[in-house]
Design a protein around this ligand. Structure first.
Ligand code: TRP
Length: 332
């Protein structure tokens, strides 16, 4: 099993990213080969500031390492350091249907939000994403639900390539978070926690300090059941369900165990206090380690350099095959 995932260099990772994705990357290091790429080239497809992109990339890398991604046990690198990615993206464009790209939900959403320019890069974003994964012949791609369409397209591209040029690429599978692993916004618990689409008070960031985390969780929306029942339920109990799931995920237990631990609770205040304590215990060591790492950009660059070396070794082998079967470049 070879796992590949791409991480946006937003620098602002929230509790949903941490529990739904980052913790799985960390676990993936022991389950097989883990290859994790911070996708700065994808970040250039919408309006951005160059100095800010570089800073946010360091932020993101420091969060990933602080969370337990170990550069010695996985391949952790910056997309733009490995030129095989854009080269393969160009080559794969020849087996990508324009009509498929034109159907991508994410393109429609993001292009609608651009004020000055809808870039061609935004349109071909999914081809670069396919190249990211296919360059490593990865078998599994852990991503959020919102990436399903991109993964299907990536699989189609690999299949069309193999049909046209002969078996060369591995057709990867997407792996998606289970329903319970979805952290919802604390203020609007029927919506996913999100940096862009959520409420600021309902979003807990990995780098929030203990006071901020506690304040946000204590103000979380619950319900007005009388007597209060600390149990999972349907949409009418979305707030309580979310707090129980956060508590369980932060403690590393099942939701049943989290419910059972609150059997003697007097009200939702106890649930919130327990969840706040567990999340603070989970994130405080990450924030402290982050502060240490983020202060030394040379050390971060050294991590990236090692990662890029390992990534290139894998990707260059695939690219040699791809160039050969496509009849481009010097035969070798
Ligand atoms: N598009 C992904 C997202 O927005 C990020 C990404 C880029 C990615 N390349 C990837 C994810 C390759 C998985 C595999 O989350």
């Amino acid at each position: 099993m070879r796992i590949f995932s791409g991480i946006q260099p937003t620098g602002r990772k929230h509790l949903g990213n941490y529990i739904g994705a980052i913790q799985h990357y960390v676990a993936g290091q022991d389950r097989g080969e883990g290859i994790y790429c911070v996708v700065d080239l994808h970040a250039t497809t919408v309006a951005y500031d160059p100095a800010d992109l570089r800073a946010r990339l360091y932020d993101t890398l420091a969060i990933l390492v602080a969370s337990g991604l170990d550069p010695d046990r996985c391949v952790l690198f910056r997309q733009s350091d490995v030129q095989e990615h854009p080269e393969l993206a160009w080559l794969l464009a020849s087996v990508t249907a324009w009509g498929d790209l034109n159907r991508m939900h994410q393109f429609k959403e993001k292009s609608g939000a651009q004020r000055d320019l809808v870039s061609a890069g935004l349109f071909t974003y999914p081809v670069l994403m396919a190249a990211d994964v296919l360059a490593y012949r990865a078998t599994h791609v852990p991503v959020g639900d919102d990436q399903r369409q991109h993964i299907e397209l990536m699989r189609d591209i690999a299949e069309r390539f193999n049909a046209r040029f002969g078996e060369t690429l591995v057709v990867p599978e997407g792996t998606y978070p289970t329903v319970g692993a979805r952290i919802m916004d604390l203020q609007e618990p029927t919506r996913k926690m999100s940096t862009t689409g959520g409420t600021p008070e309902g979003t807990v960031y990995v780098l929030d300090d203990a006071r901020t985390i506690t304040k946000k969780i204590k103000r979380a929306v619950t319900d007005s059941d009388d007597p209060p029942t600390i149990r999972r339920g349907g949409p009418e109990k979305a707030g309580v369900t979310n707090l129980l799931e956060i508590l369980a995920a932060a403690r590393g237990t099942t939701v049943d165990e989290a419910e059972a631990s609150l059997a003697g609770a007097r009200g939702y205040g106890d649930l919130k206090a327990a969840a706040a304590e567990a999340v603070v215990a989970l994130l405080t060591p990450v924030r402290e380690r982050y502060e240490e790492l983020r202060g030394d950009e040379d050390a971060l660059e050294a991590i990236l350099e090692t990662g890029a070396g390992k990534a290139r070794a894998l990707a260059s082998a695939t690219l040699a095959d791809v160039r050969r079967v496509m009849g481009v470049a010097r035969p070798g």
